[in-house]
Design a protein around this ligand. Structure first.
Ligand code: NDP
Ligand code: HSE
Length: 445
């Protein structure tokens, strides 16, 4: 029997993820010790209420409300409280007391990441966060280590399970956003405040983390363009499918050159997008996540799996624990965050992409030509137009006669955000357009 040095593990948080980490650590402690080369002794679990029911249960003697005392005696601290405070203060205390830290806290990393990484670097501690993006999916370590010799060009990620679950139910079952959200909440996928999911805040935090890692550049959360899914309608989802697309909330991180200024930089954005049914991301169903990545040498890679869930996320946390323990055994400084490239972070207006615009128009001769000229006047090139007769009629101002309408679905070639916005503004004020029904970006073609 090998005698290992014992490492003292402090767990902050005994909720959905924390309780699973505690249970798996007790269940598989010997096996993990063999992999880490050190015994992993869970010395305590800090919570708010030591009498609350926990799933799975945590032995009562491990529970405490004194997180600070727990941190001071620990070799490795696992932060699974979530939110900004007191998580930030506890992590800084842990780092400054010489412990390595593991966290799943995307909200904290996206807003205070540089402060935490600097603190860790100063004392030679390590900050691990595999669970912060994509739950169980290994994506942080592949970006930091496996792809360190390559050049990541672009990431298209489905990184929020709740919104993918909702859009999937809208697509496959024709459900409304509200009823699909109620199901997602009942199944425990959504954040405590589901606004974080449906308005894209959670995905934006993850986009900031991914873009910073992928491009060796600090990408602040404020620089991530964010649109949620609340304006996506069942009709849009249905017409997307008929046209060979599925609507997904994507986190897109890419290198790009601003078409006007010529500045080369990176950008990160989160918004609903049309994804061709033939793209691998189109087959990501339910609450699953996937990160589709294009690198210069590796080509296309996709990382897929459970993006949320207590036990699934605990898998990533325990992987970090084994890595942290190995480093304690071997010694040496931690790996610092790589921000050497320090590229300009460009706004959404620097982005060029394709669009699909759905219009309700007056059905009369010459309308198509009028609309086509509005696109060309603003430098937007039309790739395809599909027209269908609409059962709806409109009454044009100044007349009493109801007029027949048609639905036009217009696909564009790549255009800038600014040109597209000017085109949409012109369409909205045109007499022949009764409604701009939807404007969606098309990604993954
Ligand atoms: P929960 O809300 O289920 O658990 C939070 C835990 O923190 C609870 O045990 C709570 O104690 C404890 N806690 C809260 N405030 C304090 C405090 N001031 N001092 C001590 N303990 C405190 O969160 P999750 O387990 O779902 O999430 C944990 C982290 O993992 C978050 O950062 C989250 O974003 C991240 N994450 C979660 C995923 C998931 O699927 N759940 C997926 C990926 C990441 P008490 O139980 O007594 O209230
Ligand atoms: N609410 C998040 C999601 C949990 O739906 O993906 C995982 O971060």
């Amino acid at each position: 029997m090998i005698e290992y040095r014992n490492l003292r593990i402090a767990l902050l948080g005994g909720g959905s993820v924390g309780a699973q980490v505690a249970a798996l650590l007790r269940e598989h402690g010997d096996e993990l010790a063999s992999r880490a080369g050190a015994g992993l002794e869970l010395v305590g679990v800090a919570v708010r209420d030591v009498n609350a029911e926990r799933h799975p249960p945590i032995p009562q003697h491990l529970l405490t409300t004194d997180a600070e005392a727990l941190i001071l005696g620990a070799d490795i601290v696992i932060e699974l409280i979530g939110g900004i405070e007191p998580a930030r203060t506890y992590i800084l205390q842990a780092i400054n007391s010489g412990a390595d830290v593991i966290t799943a806290n995307k909200a904290l990393l996206a807003t205070h990441g540089p402060e935490l990484f600097d603190a860790a670097e100063q004392v030679g501690a390590q900050l691990y966060y595999e669970a912060a993006v994509g739950g169980a999916i290994p994506i942080i370590r592949p970006l930091r280590d496996s792809l360190a010799g390559d050049r990541v060009e672009r990431i298209l990620g489905i990184v929020n399970g709740t919104t993918n679950f909702i859009l999937d139910l809208m697509d496959t079952k024709g459900e409304s956003l509200e009823s699909a959200l109620a199901t997602a909440t009942a199944l425990g996928y959504a954040e405590a405040d589901p606004t974080a999911d449906i308005e894209g805040y959670d995905a934006a935090q993850k986009a900031a983390i991914l873009a910073s890692l992928a491009f060796h550049t600090t990408v602040p959360l404020e620089a991530v363009h964010r649109e949620g899914i609340t304006s996506v309608t069942p009709a849009q989802v249905e017409s997307a499918r008929k046209a060979g697309f599925v609507v997904k909330l994507l986190a897109i991180c890419e290198r790009l050159v601003d078409p006007v200024t010529g500045v080369a930089g990176v950008s990160a954005r989160v918004h609903p997008a049309l994804v061709p049914l033939s793209h691998p991301l189109a087959s990501v169903h339910g609450a699953n996540n996937a990160v589709f990545l294009e690198a210069e040498a590796a080509g296309s890679l996709m990382f897929y799996g459970a993006g949320a869930g207590g036990i699934e996320t605990a898998s990533a946390v325990l992987g970090d624990l084994v890595s942290a323990a190995r480093r304690h055994v071997i010694g040496g400084p931690g790996v610092a965050e790589s921000t050497h490239a320090n590229l300009p972070v460009l706004p959404i207006t620097s982005v060029t992409t394709r669009y699909q615009i759905t219009l309700s128009v007056i059905d009369q001769p010459g309308v198509l030509a009028t609309i086509a000229s509005m696109f060309s006047d603003h430098g937007v090139s039309v790739e395809a137009v599909a027209q269908s007769v609409s059962p709806a009629t409109v009454v044009v101002a100044g007349t009493d006669e109801p007029r027949a309408t048609a639905t036009l679905v217009i696909g564009t070639h790549e255009a800038t955000e600014a040109d597209l916005a000017a085109t949409v503004a012109a369409l909205k004020s045109s007499e022949v357009v009764s409604a701009v029904v939807s404007v969606l970006r098309v990604e993954g073609l």
